[in-house]
Design a protein around this ligand. Structure first.
Ligand SMILES: Nc1ncnc2c1ncn2[C@@H]1O[C@H](COP(=O)(O)OP(=O)(O)O)[C@@H](O)[C@H]1O
Ligand SMILES: [Mg+2]
Length: 277
């Protein structure tokens, strides 16, 4: 199903219709619900009680200083990192609670919660199309022919119909990242996480990748986007979350958080980008 931007459900912190809530206080439109998530590395807490809600069809941008815990938060969402405490629900299904992993099949979780990494993480010995086929075959057990057809269609969609037989080291960074996006889309995720997808790209490649992401946004894809592209976040996101030192310091519509931040720490962060006048 495609949605126009106007149909998109904005994330709301105070849903006004109580009958739309289940016992856990989430609407059936909630794709990601994280509560009080903590995670330590070597005795140091890098997530100190994070809450995050992502509604279906919305685009949430996550911003903050390097080292603040953004990547760890993204990795916890599909259990690439195991949290210490707190809860994670994906589309209403409990994934983590009471210190325990509650989902039996991690492959199913990673199908639902797709991820695009900063450094692409393509298999170097596989062509572009093979990279897009592989996850479908292994994680989603898609029949070979269907997986190939889907991969070809997705490479076309990210503007790489002509690059299917190229190996990663024969492609530019922007091309590799677009293959990585096609690979994630191939599993038909309920939400797609992007962790600084353009931070290792030059301006031209950044534009290519942002264009693809903008198209996905317009098609109604639910996305969480960790980014330093502040103007992109302002244009595309419905909701912005500022994370600092393992906590959500402030969140709201981008026109507020990115333009009139309430907190000194947010202001200082944005000032370092010259994002504020
Ligand atoms: N696997 C790890 N082992 C030890 N420390 C880690 C690990 N991953 C992240 N950290 C630390 O956790 C903190 C948060 O890191 P990260 O989530 O990558 O922040 P961000 O993405 O906001 O830059 C940093 O201090 C980082 O050094
Ligand atoms: Mg990071």
């Amino acid at each position: 199903m495609t949605m126009s931007i106007g149909d998109r459900n904005k994330p709301t912190m105070n849903p006004t219709e109580p009958e739309a809530l289940d016992q856990t206080g989430q609407t059936d439109q909630t794709v990601v619900r994280v509560e009080n998530l903590t995670k330590s590395f070597e005795g140091r807490q890098v997530l100190r009680g994070v809450d995050l809600t992502v509604e279906r069809g919305s685009i949430v941008s996550v911003i903050g200083q390097s080292g603040g815990g953004k990547t760890t938060l993204m990795r916890c969402l599909n259990l690439l990192e195991r949290p210490d405490s707190g809860t994670i629900r994906i589309s209403g299904s409990p994934v983590f609670a009471d210190g325990k992993v509650l989902i039996e099949d991690l492959a199913v979780l990673r199908q639902r919660v797709g991820m695009v990494f900063q450094r692409f993480n393509l298999f170097p010995h596989l062509t572009a199309i093979e990279n897009v086929v592989l996850g479908q075959r292994s994680a989603a057990k898609v029949p070979e022919r269907e997986a190939l057809e889907r991969a070809a269609a997705l490479l076309k969609r990210v503007g790489l119909a002509h690059r299917g037989l190229a190996y990663p080291d024969q492609m530019s960074g922007g091309e590799q990242q677009r293959v990585a996006i096609a690979r994630a889309l191939a599993l038909r995720p309920q939400v797609l996480l992007f962790d600084e997808p353009t931070s290792s790209l030059d301006p031209e490649a950044t534009r290519e990748v942002l264009r693809v992401m903008r198209e996905l946004a317009a098609e109604g894809m639910t996305m969480v986007l960790v980014t330093h592209e502040i103007s992109f976040a302002r244009d595309v996101a419905d909701w912005t979350v500022f994370v600092d030192e393992g906590l959500v310091v402030e969140q709201g519509p981008p026109a507020e958080v990115l333009v009139r931040p309430a907190h000194q720490r947010t202001r200082r962060f944005l000032a370092s980008f010259d994002a504020l006048d």
